[in-house]
Design a protein around this ligand. Structure first.
Ligand code: S3P
Length: 424
């Protein structure tokens, strides 16, 4: 894919459905009693992986005009998969499935692509094992994941990593345990699971730093309207701030406070950010308008903000190159174990474009403003690296070449079509 410098950027757009909400809607629908309709489901490779895994356990999905209907099997209705379950590139699929499968009356095996097979799975298997789960990982850490399903017992567990995938896995496992499962510590990651489960009739207790769920609660089917993905919208918001005179309006995105850290950072950097909420339950949803008429200035992203903007950091690093002064991102070591080592991938590509930056274990620092020069971009098959550097290309001198642009299909299949429309 070749991308030239843009002389304009803007317009009104929508973005595809939220990836996190889409995975959860399919999984919760699958173990519900009754038929759930999911509207605006993200049609991407990662969500397809979740659907394929569920289909192999006997779940039926039917497309109709308004979306996808999930024919629920009830809490104990999933069937033993005849073959291994392929999670593709999707960390959410694999970790959440571990929690779902640990307490089933059958065995299963989860596999993933090369990137997923290098990502840490112990963060999910360890607490699940303390619930009595029988899970074997390759080299004690990685996929393939072998699960021997059995009745679990409840735990009181302190989460060490602020991971919504792990939190969701444990809450699901808690449904197949024998009492009340309590999670403490790093429970402040994205809270789509906690918001959505009560709509499926599940009672959950939430208080600051604590979450608990009772076992054996049957889910009842419900309809889910998936909001637009704020992590996909971030690319357009960033582009509007970078291209001189740019401005964009993105409609219908999730404004869930556990996902809006990027908007706060844009404000601190001097951008004009307007939010208009139109729906409040189960998640705030609305329109966001962004422009940066007086340019950007550097900022510090603190460790406690990171979970609320983790997937937006690659494009934030691109913004930092065009902000006056120093931008530093701290406490983001989780980026090292995403689809690729995103700190390294950002550094390699920014350096290729002529940018000087510092990297450290938990983040990076950039001193702006620096000139970007077109360069061959290495995506490492990571969708967010491909999209972040497509945005960088809009302000680079020359024509930027992105390798493996098709990897955007993991979360945003029509990214390049929308890009073309917004630069026209
Ligand atoms: C996700 C949680 C985050 C995020 C990922 C989706 C989810 O990962 O980066 O894109 O849907 O729960 P972690 O749980 O590893 O923080």
């Amino acid at each position: 894919m070749r991308i030239s410098r843009a002389s304009r950027f803007g317009g009104v757009t929508r973005v595809p459905g939220d990836k996190s909400v889409s995975h959860r809607a399919l999984i919760f629908g699958a173990i519900s009693r009754g038929e759930s309709r999911v509207t605006n489901l993200l049609a991407s490779a990662d969500v397809r992986s979740t659907r394929d895994c569920l289909e192999r356990m006997g779940v039926v999905f039917r497309e109709d005009r308004d979306g996808v209907r999930v024919i629920g099997k009830g809490l104990r209705g999933l069937g033993a998969p005849a073959r291994e379950l392929d999670c593709g590139n999707s960390g959410t699929t694999m970790r959440v499935m571990m929690g779902l499968l640990a307490g089933q009356a059958f065995s299963s095996r989860l596999v993933g692509d090369e990137s997923l097979s290098r990502r840490p799975m112990r963060r999910a298997s360890e607490p699940l094992r303390s619930m009595g789960a029988e899970i074997t990982l390759a080299k004690e850490q990685f996929a393939p994941v072998q699960i021997h399903g059995k009745r679990l017992h409840s735990i009181d567990y302190e989460l060490k990593v602020a991971s919504a995938q792990v939190k969701t896995a444990l809450l699901l496992a808690g449904l197949y345990a024998d009492g009340e499962t309590v999670l403490r510590g790093a429970v402040g990651s994205r809270d789509h699971t906690e918001r959505m489960l009560p709509f499926f009739g599940v009672e959950l207790e939430k208080s600051p730093g604590r979450l608990s769920i009772r076992a054996d609660q049957e889910l009842s089917a419900t309809d889910v309207v998936v909001p637009g993905d704020p992590s996909s919208a971030a690319f357009w918001l960033a582009a509007a701030c970078l291209v001189p005179g740019g401005s964009v309006e993105v409609e219908g995105i999730s404004l869930n406070p556990t996902r809006t850290g990027f908007l706060e950072v844009l404000r601190r950097m001097g951008a004009r950010v307007e939010e208009q909420v139109s729906v409040r339950e189960p998640e705030p949803v609305g329109t966001v308008r962004v422009s940066a008429p007086s340019g950007l200035r550097g900022t510090v992203v603190r460790p406690e903000e990171v979970p609320s903007l983790i997937d937006e950091i690659p494009v934030l690093a691109v913004l930092a190159t065009q902000a006056e002064g120093r931008t530093e991102i701290q406490g983001a070591e989780e980026l090292r174990v995403k689809e690729t080592d995103r700190i390294e991938a950002v550094a390699v590509n920014l350096r290729a474009m002529g940018v000087g930056l510092e990297t450290f274990e938990g983040g990076l620092a950039v001193h702006g403003r620096q000139l970007l020069r077109a360069a061959p971009i290495r995506t490492f098959l990571d969708h967010r690296i491909a999209m972040a550097f497509s945005v960088a290309a809009l302000v680079a001198e020359g024509v930027t070449e992105i390798d493996h642009p098709e990897c955007v299909s993991i979360s945003y299949p029509d990214f390049f079509e929308t890009l073309e429309r917004l630069v026209r």
